[in-house]
Design a protein around this ligand. Structure first.
Ligand SMILES: Cc1cc2nc3c(=O)[nH]c(=O)nc-3n(C[C@H](O)[C@H](O)[C@H](O)COP(=O)(O)O)c2cc1C
Length: 251
């Protein structure tokens, strides 16, 4: 069974490739959070994988919330691995995932880093089309090695847990003007951002336009996947490109 969390498709792409090679079942953490579905059954000799992005050198808050609620029947010390898709550098996420799983009585066998295009465009920008293709080809080569290790049930790296076991979620409230995420005048109130937010923290406000209210994990799905490029993060993203992994079809 492979649990994956994705905003812009990198982790879904990796999870689907691993599932195709191992015949393991795929479960979207985003869909589970949206639907409140936390009960799963692991088969006797099934591998357990977590394919998730690195957020602030640790685990996304959304993944920590999912793990907190997860009821996993059938765990009898099977092989448990993580794959961390990241833009450039990982940090303590393997240690963090190991510690979060330990709290559930699940022994972690270690994780593998997978460098993919960086979707945190608050700080960076999207790569040129040529560079993007080279990055994705390189990721494919890394992924082949990860798949071989997972098939052979090899242990990955663990490391010490960081001080913060996950990136804290932001309590956002448009009424108090605390969210840097907002829709600009290009917004057509199509509702896609409301539909895809894994935290259900976007509601329809005046004229059906989105307002951010609640716990935001800052995955940036709303920002990258808006068809009008109307979702912005403060003044950081108006002149930036948007990213969705072109080799995967997002649900
Ligand atoms: C809030 C946030 C924090 C991030 N922090 C890191 C980081 O610490 N190191 C890094 O290399 N990439 C970081 N990234 C980039 C993502 O880990 C990377 O692009 C990932 O592959 C995105 O996965 P997805 O396409 O499945 O959503 C961050 C992205 C976001 C949205």
């Amino acid at each position: 069974m492979i649990f994956y969390f994705t905003a812009t498709g990198n982790s879904q792409y990796a999870a689907e490739k691993i599932a195709a090679a191992t015949n393991d079942r795929l479960v979207s953490i985003g869909a589970s959070l949206r639907e409140g579905q936390y009960d799963f059954d692991l088969g006797g000799d099934e591998r357990l994988g977590f394919v998730i992005p690195t957020f602030a050198w640790t685990v996304p808050g959304a993944v920590a919330r999912f793990l907190e609620k997860l009821n996993l029947a059938g765990f009898t010390d099977q092989y448990v691995y993580g794959v961390f898709t990241c833009g450039e550098s990982t940090g303590g996420e393997a240690g963090a995932l190991g510690a979060l799983l330990k709290e559930k009585g699940i022994r972690f066998s270690g994780g593998f880093d997978l460098v993919m295009p960086d979707n945190f465009i608050v700080w960076s920008d999207v790569p040129s089309p040529q560079r993007l293709e080279a990055m994705l080809d390189n990721a494919d080569r890394q992924l082949e090695q990860i798949i071989s290790a997972v098939k052979a049930k090899k242990p990955g790296a663990v490391g010490a847990p960081p001080k913060d076991l996950f990136m804290p979620m932001q309590e956002v409230s448009t009424s108090k003007n605390t969210s840097k995420l907002h829709a600009d005048e290009k917004c057509t109130a199509c509702g896609l951002c409301i539909e895809i937010c894994p935290m259900r923290c976007i509601q329809a406000g005046a004229g059906g336009k989105p307002v951010w209210e609640g716990a935001c994990t800052l995955c940036l799905a709303c920002l990258h996947r808006c068809p009008e490029r109307a979702v912005q993060h403060g003044n950081d993203t108006q002149k930036k490109g948007r990213y969705v992994n072109p080799r995967v079809t997002l649900a």
